[in-house]
Design a protein around this ligand. Structure first.
Ligand code: SF4
Ligand code: SF4
Length: 442
């Protein structure tokens, strides 16, 4: 039974730009920049140096602890190992590869038969998923093998997230239409590892074509069910999705496993299939390149390391972009250097024109309370903003600033045009800095 989470908004979906565009292979660029940090956790240490020859799928970075390796997405020569701009706004150690356009496959990549896969234990499957560098591909980029191993014995409900509630983005919609069997096969592997014989695929009701394909392909004997949810932003946020599918509420500061749930992205499920059956690490992903000034919106199968600039050239735009976002317009990060590369978590590049610019003389809170009704985390954005204006860190914590998921519902709904999310991001950093300073002092 599907529920509906508290709050949320209904921004213009704008899915029509790219929803009917089949996934096309992206013509491989001459130069690729592979960041050593594409996941939450410890960055990789480069395993190659300038002048080395690398093959497609070869491991080129790894580290201990909370980390997954990164791989070469093409074959060629390492041109540099150096700091390069990253879509997070920082610079990150990266391996720059000059593509030889031969796609010479790494000899370690070996396919497995169904019989071989059936014999693999959960521990062996977890090791394969780690070695393939798989992370949450909806944007969070948390290492998948860690999510799986930490859920062992705690999780009773698996949810595959196909909400894709951000405007413009249709990458997971296309994935379900064009790669349903790979996605379902990866999900069966997740179920085997977690020892469960059922799973939910949660999809918003604005993806009828994908729903039709999945209804046709799901074998009812697998225990997989498709839940169609009324479209509402931010349904794709883990806590809201869990609430919508199960009615359970993840506690403040808690993880999904605290209420017996584990949420996986649809693209990550396909990546698990590719790793286990094809032996192929995560070196390519579907990226929706769309926006209101894009001449030819596309869904592209892109090698990791391709620059945003290459993607912009592939789709064209009718005016100078006002904003280029990594992700969608609600939670995406504005980019200032278009040489940043596509990473494992890049599901979209959204290109917006000047019609999206709004200028106001002075943002002002008129205490209307609309932000409170919209907040899916049941927070009081108006009080959080007040706490920020007084720079009172204790008050920021008291009004649960750290529970903010930065979804943007409050700012979207605010008639006073108060830049709430920007303020909350800065405030959260201030709370973290204060905690770090206190820890250093003690
Ligand atoms: S929606 Fe904007 S104007 Fe209304 S209470 Fe919240 S911050 Fe103030
Ligand atoms: S950005 Fe934060 S405060 Fe605003 S609606 Fe989302 S969770 Fe609530």
């Amino acid at each position: 039974m599907a529920f509906s989470f508290f709050g949320g908004i209904h921004p213009k979906e704008n899915k029509w730009y790219a929803e009917n565009k089949a996934v096309q292979p992206f013509p491989e660029p001459d130069l690729l920049v592979i960041p050593m940090s594409q996941h939450i956790g410890a960055p990789c240490k480069p395993l190659v140096k300038k002048g080395d020859y690398v093959t497609m799928g070869q491991k080129i970075g790894d580290n201990q602890g909370l980390c997954v390796p990164v791989h070469a997405s093409v074959s060629g020569t390492v041109k540099a190992v150096e700091m390069r701009p990253h879509s997070s706004g920082t610079t990150v150690m990266s391996v720059v590869i000059q593509n030889d356009h031969q796609n010479t496959l790494c000899p370690d990549i070996q396919k497995r038969t169904q019989e071989e896969v059936d014999k693999l234990t959960p521990e062996e499957l977890l090791a394969i998923i780690r070695e393939a560098g798989i992370v949450g591909m909806g944007g969070a980029a948390f290492p998948t093998h860690v999510k799986l191993s930490s859920g062992l014995g705690k999780v009773d409900t698996i949810i595959v997230n196909v909400s894709e509630c951000e405007p413009y983005i249709v990458a997971d919609d296309r994935l379900c239409q064009e790669y349903p069997n790979e996605m379902l096969s990866g999900l069966l592997i997740v179920m085997k590892i977690l020892g469960l014989n059922s799973a939910h695929i949660a999809m918003e009701d604005n993806k009828p074509a994908a729903a039709k394909v999945l209804r046709r392909e799901i074998d009812p004997r697998t225990g997989i069910v498709l839940d169609i949810l009324p479209a509402k932003y931010p349904q794709g946020a883990e806590k809201q999705l869990i609430n919508a599918v199960t009615g359970r509420e993840v506690p403040s500061g808690g993880l999904p496993a605290a209420v017996g749930c584990a949420v996986f992205n649809a693209a990550s499920c396909k990546a698990i299939h590719d790793a286990v059956y094809e032996g192929m690490p995560l070196i390519r992903r579907i990226v929706t390149v769309s926006g209101d000034i894009v001449m030819e919106p596309k869904n592209l199968m892109v090698p990791i390391g391709t620059s945003y600039n290459d993607l912009l050239e592939a789709v064209g735009h009718s005016e100078n972009p006002y904003k280029v976002l990594s992700g969608g317009p609600m939670m995406g990060a504005a980019q200032y250097d278009l040489m940043v590369p596509v990473t494992k978590g890049s599901n979209a590049v959204t290109i917006l024109g000047k019609a999206n610019r709004y200028a106001i003389d002075e943002a002002q809170c008129i205490r209307c309370g609309k932000c409170v009704d919209a907040c899916p985390m049941k927070l009081m954005p108006v009080l959080m903003y007040k706490a920020l204006q007084t720079s009172d860190v204790e008050e920021m914590k008291r009004v649960h600033l750290m529970d903010c998921i930065e979804c943007g519902c409050c700012a979207w709904t605010c008639p006073g045009c108060v830049p709430l999310v920007l303020a909350f991001r800065a405030g959260k950093q201030r709370v973290r800095d204060a905690a770090a300073a206190a820890a250093a002092k003690s």
